[in-house]
Design a protein around this ligand. Sequence first.
Ligand code: IMP
Length: 498
Amino acid sequence: MAIYLDDVSRTFGEYLLIPGLTTKQCTPNNVSLKTPLVKFKKGETPAIELNIPFVSAIMQSVSDSGLAIALARNGGLSFIFGSQPIESQAEMVRKVKKFKAGFVTSDSNITPENTLADVLALVKRTGHTTMGVTHDGTPNGRLLGMVTSRDYRAEKDPLDKKVKDFMTPFAKLTVGTLGISLSDANQIIWEHKLNTLPIIDKDQNLAYFVFRKDYDSHKDNPKELLNPRDKKLLVGAGINTRDYKERVPALVDAGVDVLCVDSSDGFSEWQRETIEWIKREYDGKVLVGGGNVVDQEGFNFLVEAGADFVKVGIGGGSICITREQKGIGRGQATAVIDVAAARDKYFKETGVYVPICSDGGIVHDYHMVLALAMGADFLMMGRYFARFDESPTKRLVVGGTYVKEYWGEGSNRAHNWQRYDMGGSESLKFEEGVDSYVPYAGKLKDNLDVTLGKIQSTMCSCGATSIHDLQQHAKITLVSSTSIVEGGAHDVILKEHN
Ligand code: IMP
């Protein structure tokens, strides 16, 4: 006979937190959102701790190098999507690793033999008028000069005029050498009244540009998630259970800090084999999370295989139709509560703490605090991040409002058959995700500041100054459907927003 679970499968919107005593020390500024990303032994510090409990979803429409840089600069971490060729995923990892605040890899480059027509075409394509002239037209070729809009008159000069005849040649450029600090670079910009300072290596190859206009935007990012050894941003990457023997070495070579096996159902022998192979091949030194699971059995299975964290959630994602298509899944809140109990039990028995990640289904900011209070160590979100400038998708106007595109990995558009792989043919047999729009929300940092402020404020109401505190002491109650109505504005006539 089938096994019937006693508890109902519930989601975050069915719960509320009950305030605990807020002491005078309990102010939002004193609340730490630091949290472990990977497993650690009792009394030891985890190899990676996040400064905010957020990671971005392993999805084409969410986590490319642009979002990864923005999120790591704000204390979280992205897992670069794996549904792309190995080399392009590794390149995205490299791009994050190369990032240095204020040092920009030039995206507009040209050779001395090109013409004014080529320059104008490049301006049109990139929108940038400052160009490096390199021997081969690449961003890191030997620097031979620079072109800016002050070097030519687009209407008057002949279009076939050669770049070498109007560029500012290398001999007349003020340059900085690789290794220079940002403040020294800015000092040179200031002293020489420059708009742009090219940074070159010892062989005169162009490394970066430092722009005067960026000066003000480089405020302190106190939560920046850096590798303490080399001060580079941390970045993760998604992998699958098919090509991992080629993909993992390429990602490790590119400098990835942590991997995650990306699967809609991680309770499988393929996933175990993948994690075990990585742990064996790299002598346990490469960090890898597993998932997704929704119960204790799934958690224990992945931990046995060697997973450094376990991702929880099936069917709760905003773009997900897995539950409708296949009838599998579990309410996200119930899944987190159940798996958190397994994590605590494992910790008690072995002294090893394996963090869990609540993946999918977060809609409101208060869902985040609930997920943390229920035991999640960090949260993976797709829809939340897809709305920001830094996500890789197009911004469009639909029905008079700005939106961004957001599509599931199980949609035909992403065609990530490996995520939904059941060991059969190399194709998606049916869709498990949709292609959609989400409301455009602006810059990541602005939104994150509001969200984190709310989380810290709720934690203060609960009398908690750390996530661990919250998990230990939170009081959580189920709500009736009638009291959910009471939670919104009700029985008033709302004024229209201007
Ligand atoms: P969201 O934050 O609610 O938008 O959920 C994002 C999560 O949904 C991802 O991290 C994945 O676990 C999951 N997901 C991504 N694409 C699909 C899909 O096409 N079908 C089902 N789940 C998906």
